[in-house]
Design a protein around this ligand. Structure first.
Ligand code: PL4
Length: 407
C-alpha cells in the first residue's frame, strides 16, 4: 500500500459545510418532531440559492439544451469557454477592458480557486482575510502551502484580522511580501464590501510588496451602494497584481448549474517576468475540460439586458431576506453587520463559542446557521446567517429567533 497524502492529514477537521450538514442530520435523527411542519428545520446556514432561475435566463438554458439535439446546433468541448461569453463578460462586468482570451470560463469560482493553487506551488506564502471563505485556507493546506495546524490556525497562513475595530479591512502592514493574498469583497462571511480607497490601498501594497491578489467577487452583484467597487479591476494598477474569480452562482441562481469565470490579465507576471496567463492556459488545458455548454448558453442569456434585469431582481429578493434577518437580530439586541451589500449577516455573541451558539440556535429555534469559527480564528464569537431561503422560511426563522434569550 502507499501512504496517505500528508497534506490531507494536515487538514484540521472536515470541511465546514458538510460538518454543518452532519450536525443537522444528527439533530433531526434525535428529534423526530422536526418532521412536523411547525418544527421543521430551516436553513440559514449554507449559502445555497433557493429561488427558481428566472424566465429569460432559464430560456437560455433550455434553448442551449435544445440546440445540442440538432446537427447545426451541436457543440462539444469548449475548452476555455465560448467566445461570445468571454467577450460578453468583459463587456458587461469589466467595461470591455479585457480581451476574450483573458477571461476563462469555469464550472464555478470554487473550482477555479482550487485549481489556481497549482500556479504558485507549495512554497508560496498565503495570506487571507480573517474571517474568510474556508476554501482559501483548506485549498492552500491541500496544495502544501498552508502548513500544519498550530491550535489557533495553520502555520503557513498569515491571517489578516478583519474586525469592527479596523472597519473589516486588514492592516496592510501585516501583508507578507511576495505572498498570495486571497481577498473577497463583498466578504463571505462578514458581508463587508471594501471601499474604493481600501481596494486602492490593497493594490498599492500588493504592487509594492510583490504580492498577487486572488480577488473573489462572487457576491459583486449584491452591491447596492454605487460608490463601492464591484471588481478589483476598477482600481488602476490591479491588472499587474490581481486575478479575479467570479461566478453566476449567486447572482443568477446557478449554484447547481455551475458556471463561473476567472480573469487573468496579460500584464500579470511572476517574479521572473513570465506571464501568469500562459501558465493558467496550460493548467486549464491539462486538468479542466471546460464548462457545460448548456450552462454557458444560460450565461449568455444572463448577460442580455433581460438577464441582467433578472440578476438584479434575484439579488434584491435575497437582500430583502437579509434585511428581515438583521431586523430580527436587532430586535433581540444582537449586534450584526452585513446584509446591505451582501447576502450574509455576521452576528456577534460576545464571549460565546460559535459552535455552542450554533447548537443553541438549532436546539431552540430549529434554525441552522454557520458558526463563525469555521471562517477563521476571528470568527470565534460570531454566527453567519445566510439570506438564501424562501421568503416564508426566512420569516418563520426570524420569528423563531425570538426564542433566543428565553430558556
Ligand atoms: C457551500 C466567496 C457558499 N458547497 O458556486 P461557486 O463555486 O461559483 O462559488 C462558490 C463560492 C465562491 N466564493 C465565495 C463563496 O462564498 C462561494 C460559495 N460559498 C457559502 O455558504 O459560504 C456555499 C458553500 C459550497 C462550497 O463549499 O462552496
Amino acid at each position: 500500500m502507499i501512504p496517505r497524502n500528508p497534506r490531507l492529514a494536515a487538514l484540521k477537521a472536515g470541511y465546514l459545510f458538510p460538518e454543518i450538514a452532519k450536525r443537522r442530520r444528527e439533530y433531526a435523527a434525535a428529534h423526530p418532531e422536526t418532521a412536523s411542519p411547525d418544527k421543521r428545520i430551516i436553513s440559514l446556514g449554507v449559502g445555497n440559492t433557493t429561488e427558481p432561475i428566472l424566465p429569460h435566463i432559464n430560456r437560455g438554458l433550455v434553448e442551449g439544451a435544445r440546440r445540442l439535439g440538432t446537427v447545426e446546433g451541436y457543440s462539444g468541448y469548449s475548452d476555455e469557454g465560448l467566445l461570445p461569453l468571454r467577450e460578453g463578460i468583459s463587456r458587461v462586468f469589466y467595461r470591455g477592458e479585457f480581451a476574450a482570451d483573458e477571461v476563462f470560463i469555469s464550472d464555478g469560482a470554487k473550482c477555479d480557486i482550487g485549481r489556481l493553487q497549482l500556479l504558485f506551488g507549495p512554497e508560496v506564502t498565503v495570506a487571507v482575510q480573517d474571517p474568510s471563505y474556508p476554501v482559501y485556507v483548506d485549498g492552500s493546506v491541500l496544495s502544501g502551502a498552508g502548513g500544519t495546524w498550530t491550535g489557533a490556525g495553520y502555520g503557513g497562513i498569515t491571517y489578516l484580522p478583519c474586525t469592527a475595530e479596523n472597519d473589516y479591512f486588514p492592516d496592510l502592514s501585516s501583508l507578507p511580501e511576495h505572498s498570495l493574498c486571497y481577498f473577497c469583497s463583498p466578504n463571505n462571511p462578514t458581508g463587508a464590501a471594501a471601499k474604493r480607497e481600501q481596494l486602492a490601498a490593497l493594490v498599492d501594497a500588493a504592487l509594492k510588496k510583490g504580492v498577487i491578489i486572488v480577488f473573489d467577487g462572487a457576491y459583486a452583484e449584491y452591491i447596492r451602494d454605487p460608490r463601492l467597487p464591484k471588481t478589483i479591476f476598477e482600481i488602476p494598477g490591479a491588472k499587474s497584481c490581481a486575478i479575479e474569480v467570479n461566478s453566476f452562482s449567486k447572482p443568477a441562481g446557478f449554484t447547481g448549474v455551475r458556471l463561473g469565470w476567472t480573469v487573468v490579465p496579460k500584464e500579470l507576471k511572476y517574479a521572473g517576468g513570465e506571464a501568469v496567463k500562459a501558465d493558467w492556459e496550460r493548467i486549464c488545458g491539462t486538468i479542466f475540460n471546460g464548462a457545460s455548454n448548456i450552462a454557458q448558453a444560460g450565461g449568455l442569456a444572463a448577460l442580455e439586458p433581460e438577464g441582467l434585469g433578472e440578476i438584479r431582481q434575484l439579488c434584491d429578493f435575497y437582500l430583502e431576506n437579509a434585511r428581515l434577518i438583521r431586523a430580527a437580530l436587532d430586535s433581540l439586541g444582537v449586534s450584526s453587520v452585513g446584509g446591505d451589500n451582501s447576502p450574509y449577516i455576521w452576528a456577534r455573541f460576545p464571549g460565546r463559542d460559535s459552535w455552542e451558539v450554533f447548537a443553541e440556535i438549532l436546539e431552540k429555534c430549529q434554525v441552522v446557521t454557520t458558526p463563525g469559527s469555521g471562517f477563521g480564528p476571528a470568527g470565534r464569537s460570531f454566527i453567519r446567517f445566510s439570506a438564501f431561503g424562501h421568503r416564508a422560511d426566512v420569516e418563520e426563522a426570524c420569528a423563531r429567533l425570538g426564542r433566543l434569550g428565553t430558556s
